[in-house]
Write a new protein. Structure first.
Length: 133
């Protein structure tokens, strides 16, 4: 699935469409773990791409929530909605990607791919079905 996703320009991975993509730097994503410390260690983390921004929200509808908005250079957005939800492990996984430029690919309720622009590092995360964000 990964080889065919690379060959297809990350337009889809497996059965999941990756409707939006863009550029950001890993420095913009650093510090997300502090959000999960504030809202609770098991809090889901959602990511939404809209209007040239990536909005990262930690927490659930029934509890404490914290948002962070990052300006990103969106190069493709073919979906009306581009939002997906991950478990509380997201900030720790993001921290393993080295600093520098990253191209992100994301689908609505499907997956998030962070592909580093300078070193061989790619992180692929699947949407957490049934998580109440």
């Amino acid at each position: 699935a990964i080889d065919s996703a690379k060959k297809g320009g990350w337009g889809r991975i497996g059965n999941a469409d990756l409707d939006c993509s863009g550029n950001l730097t890993m420095e913009q994503l650093r510090g997300l773990s502090s959000m999960t410390k504030v809202v609770g260690k098991d809090a889901p983390v959602s990511i939404k791409v809209a209007d040239g921004n990536m909005i990262i929200t930690a927490g659930s509808k029934r509890g404490a929530r914290m948002n962070r908005e990052i300006e990103v250079d969106v190069s493709r957005n073919t979906s009306e909605e581009c939002e997906t939800v991950f478990g509380s492990h997201l900030p720790k996984l993001v921290d393993i990607i080295p600093s520098g430029p990253v191209i992100f690919y994301m689908g609505n309720k499907s997956a998030l791919v962070l592909n580093h622009g300078e070193v061989a590092a790619t992180l692929i995360l699947k949407h957490q079905e049934g998580v109440d964000a």
